[in-house]
Design a protein around this ligand. Structure first.
Ligand SMILES: Cc1cc2nc3c(=O)[nH]c(=O)nc-3n(C[C@H](O)[C@H](O)[C@H](O)COP(=O)(O)OP(=O)(O)OC[C@H]3O[C@@H](n4cnc5c(N)ncnc54)[C@H](O)[C@@H]3O)c2cc1C
Ligand code: SF4
Length: 478
């Protein structure tokens, strides 16, 4: 086997991502990983075997030509490498930062069988940043206008990807976004220290430069309905996400000092509560915080609370570390920063004082039983194990439900009992003629790249539909 950077069979170890020390980063919102230098990127890219049948691509939901762009890095052609990714991925700087590569492309990399896989995500981030920082070539020209118009509802990764694909196919695209900023969870949820907002904005600007029209402060279902959009547009794509928070339904959840993770993160990120000098968004200046949950949202909330000045921050999670759904790197970062993990612990009650402010969280110890329907071992309460954590703030980060406004205001759109829209997995087609859907509103809360994959698949199907001489009755099987 020959490595991409030479003929030697012994490959260098994986180049670690440089990052700021925990002691320095815990009190500010600046980005934690620093990104590869050009030399580091070329060394890491040189580890790739440029496999003839690259398994890594099979793990990428949008099918990036991974050995193709990695080879260009080895050759020092960084811009070409970025352009290779941009062929199928409109948000490479985002994906390079937040995609769970360790369970997608990297887990399939053959090098992972005997050692560490190629750091595909770190390399993706490097070339995307390089292109942005060096001006880069202008966006590719759009083809002859097709005369067709598509409305996209929601500007998260699903909607933005769909928009990028469709504008590249020559259609006129308008994105309607309920909030005053585009990007969905990328701007209102994921904190600045993991994904700087200017990076999302740059990627949105690139779409706008290609002609995508973006309308913010436009709540579809309130301003116009999907049916009204269908009067004006040839097709509609719904990518409204799963942003409705879930709660524990335990006593005390209405006390002052209890937040949903969504509210806490939106206040901090989108409304810039962390920037006390320039923003007047109120947020609790908590000292002792318990975050309930074990996913990325919980890690983001805990690390945000720390940066807002909390002295002690706990993660309260009812299973063990093995079952935690958060990315391993995020758990590691949280631990490095001093977040305290209360595993196998379930809250039973939030305690308040006479003024209804949170003063504690009563919890039960758990043990793991047999696997449940999710395949994970079921947490079983240990009788009599109650104890109280002394906190002034509780953040509930146990998951999100689909945003209901569009499904509720769109007749003929079939939904599941859970509130997700029924759509064909391969094409995004819903039961309603000329309406497609994708991302978290179809799957429930998932990942950035799966939302992008859904946006891409839907765009390709919309394009085929609009170009077919006799648009067929393309119904989803019931
Ligand atoms: C805090 C947090 C951290 C996460 N971390 C990661 C991570 O590290 N890696 C990862 O892969 N995934 C992560 N995720 C999950 C990931 O962000 C989502 O799966 C992804 O953003 C879903 O994309 P989407 O386009 O379907 O929806 P969203 O990103 O939710 O975007 C939907 C957009 O639609 C808008 N909208 C809603 N209703 C309407 C309406 N009626 N009219 C107009 N617009 C509307 C919303 O305002 C929003 O902008 C995280 C999620 C959260 C909440
Ligand atoms: S599987 Fe790994 S080694 Fe092979 S092409 Fe993909 S990244 Fe390179």
């Amino acid at each position: 086997m020959t490595a991409a950077n030479g003929k030697n069979k012994t490959r260098p170890p994986r180049v670690p991502m440089p990052e700021r020390p925990a002691s320095e980063r815990v009190r500010d919102f600046d980005e934690v990983p620093l990104g590869y230098t050009a030399d580091q990127a070329r060394v890491e890219a040189g580890r790739c075997l440029l496999c003839k049948k690259p398994q890594c691509i099979t793990g990428c939901p949008v099918g990036i030509d991974i050995p193709g762009f990695v080879k260009l890095i080895v050759e020092g052609k960084f811009e070409e490498a970025a352009d290779r990714i941009l062929l199928v991925n409109a948000l490479p700087a985002v994906c390079g930062r937040v995609c769970p590569q360790e369970t997608q492309c990297e887990i399939k990399c053959v090098l992972g069988k005997k050692g560490k896989p190629v750091a595909i995500g770190n390399l993706e981030r490097f070339v995307a940043d390089w292109k942005r920082e060096h001006g880069g070539s202008p966006p590719p020209p759009v083809p002859e206008p097709s005369g067709k118009r598509i409305a996209i509802v929601g500007s998260g990764p699903a909607g933005l990807t769909c928009a990028g694909e469709l504008i590249g196919s020559g259609h006129a695209v308008t994105v309607f976004e309920a909030l005053h900023k585009t990007g969905g969870v990328l701007v209102y949820g994921i904190p600045e220290f993991r994904l700087p907002k200017r990076i999302v904005q740059d990627e949105v600007n690139r779409l706008a430069a290609r002609g995508v029209e973006i309308v913010t402060d436009a709540v579809i279902g309130k301003l116009d309905t999907v049916d009204e959009l269908l009067d004006e547009y040839d097709a509609v794509f719904i990518g409204v996400g799963a942003g409705a928070p879930m709660f524990l339904n335990i006593p005390g959840e209405n006390l002052v000092g209890v937040y949903s993770a969504n509210e806490y993160l939106t206040r901090t990120n989108l409304m810039r509560a962390y920037d006390r000098e320039h923003a007047d968004t109120p947020i609790m200046r908590s000292q002792r915080v318990a975050v309930v949950g074990g996913g990325n949202v919980a890690m983001d909330s805990a690390r945000t609370a720390l940066r807002l000045g909390a002295e002690v921050v706990y993660i309260v999670y009812r299973r063990s570390r093995v079952e935690m759904p958060a990315r391993a790197a995020e758990i590691h970062h949280a631990e490095q920063e001093g977040i305290r993990f209360n595993l196998l612990t379930n809250p039973t009650r939030i305690l308040g004082n006479d003024a209804h402010w949170v003063v504690g969280m009563e919890c039960l110890r758990m043990e793991l039983g047999e696997p449940d329907e999710s395949g994970r071992r079921r947490p079983v309460p240990i009788a009599g194990s109650e104890f109280v954590i002394d906190v002034d703030t509780a953040i509930i980060a146990i998951g999100n439900r689909p945003n209901p406004i569009v499904p509720q205001t769109t007749p003929d759109l079939r939904t599941t009992a859970w509130g997700t829209i029924v759509a064909d997995e391969a094409t995004g087609r819903t039961m309603k003629e000329r309406v497609w859907a994708g991302g978290d509103i179809v799957t429930g809360a998932a990942t950035v790249i799966s939302a992008m994959g859904a946006g891409q698949a839907a765009a390709r199907n919309i394009d085929a539909y609009l170009r077919s001489p006799e648009p067929r009755e393309w119904k989803v099987d019931s």
